[in-house]
Design a protein around this ligand. Structure first.
Ligand SMILES: NC(=O)c1ccc[n+]([C@@H]2O[C@H](COP(=O)([O-])OP(=O)(O)OC[C@H]3O[C@@H](n4cnc5c(N)ncnc54)[C@H](OP(=O)(O)O)[C@@H]3O)[C@@H](O)[C@H]2O)c1
Length: 312
C-alpha cells in the first residue's frame, strides 16, 4: 500500500482504484478568511498537494480561491492535487447528500473530489443550521437517519464518477466495523485524532488490515501545550536528529503507515512541516512506548466540534 520511503513524495494508493493520497496533508481548519488563502498558498509553495476541507469550516470558497490561483500558474495541475471535503452532520439525510456535495464542489471551484468524508457519525436535525440546539442549548440530533443510509448516498456519489473515494471521520471501531461489513463500496480512509498521546493502535491495525488509510488529525496535539510538542521523549529525539519536535511528531505519524493533516499558517512553518523524513527505528520505538494518554478533541463524543471558528 505504501508507495515511497520518502515522506515528501509518499502517496498511499486508495482501495477501489480511488487514486493516491499524499501522506503529508494540509488541513484548512483556519478561522480567518484571509489567513485561509495565504496559508493554503504557502502550503502549495512548500509542496503540499493534499488538502483537507469541510463545509463546516465555512472557508471552502477561500481554499478554492488559493487552489485556483495555483492552478492558473500552471505550476500545479489538478491531477497532482488530492482534495478532500466533508459532509456536515445536518446533511446526513440521503436526499441532502448530493446537494451538499455539489455545493462544496462549487465553493471549491472543482468538478470532482478525490475524497468525501462523513464528518462525524452524528446526524443533527436536517437543515441549513449547522449547530441546531433546543431552548436549553442541547444539540438536536436526528433519529430518522442511520449512518448506513448516509453511506449509501455517498456510494451513489462514487457511482456518479465525480467522487473518487469516500470515507468517515471521528468514528470508533464499534461503528466502523458494521459499516465496513455492510458497505458496497468500502471506506477508503478514516480521519481521526491521533498522536503519541492517543495512538489509536487498534483502529490503525484494523485500517491496515482492511486497506483503509488511517488519516491522523491533530498530529501535533492541536499545538496545545503542554502536549506532545513538549514531551521529553520527543524533545530528546528532536535534539539528537536535528529536527524540530513538530517534524518528529509528523514523521512518527507517517512512519506508522498512515497519512496526516497539519495546519501551518506561515510560510516558514509550512516549509518546516513539509520537511519530514523517516526517524531512526529506535526513535520510532521510543515514541511508541510513550504512556501518556490524552484526547484533545471531544467531537468524537457528541459530533459537536471543539475547534471550529466562531463568528463565520
Ligand atoms: N475530522 C475532524 O473532526 C477534525 C478535527 C480537527 C482537525 N481536523 C483537520 O485536521 C487539520 C489539522 O488540524 P490540527 O489542529 O490537528 O493541526 P496541527 O498542525 O496538528 O496543529 C495546529 C496547531 O499546531 C501549531 N503548529 C503547527 N505547526 C507547528 C510547528 N511546526 N511547531 C509548533 N507548533 C506548530 C499551530 O500553531 P499556530 O496556530 O501558531 O500556527 C496550531 O496551534 C485541520 O486543519 C483539519 O483539516 C479534522
Amino acid at each position: 500500500m505504501l508507495e515511497s520511503a520518502d515522506f515528501q513524495v509518499r502517496r498511499i494508493a486508495l482501495n477501489h482504484g480511488g487514486g493516491q493520497m499524499p501522506a503529508l496533508g494540509f488541513g484548512t481548519l483556519i478561522p480567518d478568511a484571509a489567513t485561509t488563502i495565504s496559508a493554503t498558498g504557502y502550503a502549495l509553495e512548500a509542496g503540499y498537494r493534499h488538502f483537507d476541507c469541510a463545509e463546516r469550516y465555512r472557508n471552502e470558497r477561500e481554499v478554492g480561491e488559493a487552489l485556483q490561483a495555483a492552478l492558473a500558474t500552471g505550476r500545479v495541475v489538478r491531477e497532482d492535487l488530492f482534495i478532500t471535503t466533508k459532509l456536515w452532520n445536518s446533511n446526513h439525510r440521503p436526499e441532502r447528500v448530493k446537494p451538499a456535495f455539489d455545493a462544496s464542489l462549487a465553493r471549491l471551484g472543482l468538478d470532482y473530489l478525490d475524497l468525501y468524508l462523513i464528518h462525524t457519525p452524528f446526524a443533527f436535525a436536517p437543515g441549513d443550521e449547522q449547530d441546531p440546539r433546543d431552548e436549553s442549548g442541547k444539540v438536536i440530533y436526528d433519529e430518522g437517519v442511520t449512518l448506513l443510509d448516509t453511506w449509501r448516498a455517498l456510494e451513489s456519489l462514487v457511482d456518479s464518477g465525480r467522487c473518487r473515494a469516500i470515507g468517515l471521520s471521528d468514528i470508533g471501531l464499534e461503528e466502523l466495523r458494521p459499516l465496513y461489513d455492510a458497505a458496497r463500496i468500502k471506506p477508503s480512509a478514516v480521519q481521526i485524532e491521533a498522536h503519541p498521546y492517543l495512538p489509536e493502535t487498534e483502529l490503525l491495525e484494523f485500517c491496515n488490515d482492511k486497506g483503509i488509510v488511517f488519516l491522523a488529525f491533530a498530529p501535533l496535539g492541536h499545538g496545545i501545550r503542554p502536549g506532545p510538542l513538549e514531551d521529553p521523549v520527543i524533545a530528546q529525539i528532536a535534539a539528537r536528529t536535528g529536527k524540530t519536535p513538530a517534524q518528529v511528531l509528523l514523521a512518527w505519524a507517517v512512519q506508522r503507515g498512515g497519512a496526516l493533516l497539519t495546519t501551518p499558517r506561515t510560510a516558514a512553518r509550512a516549509q518546516e512541516n513539509f520537511d519530514v523524513t523517516a526517524l531512526p527505528a529506535d526513535a520510532f520505538d521510543a515514541i511508541n512506548r510513550i504512556e501518556t494518554r490524552q484526547r484533545y478533541n471531544e467531537v468524537v463524543k457528541t459530533g459537536s466540534p471543539g475547534f471550529i471558528p466562531q463568528n463565520r
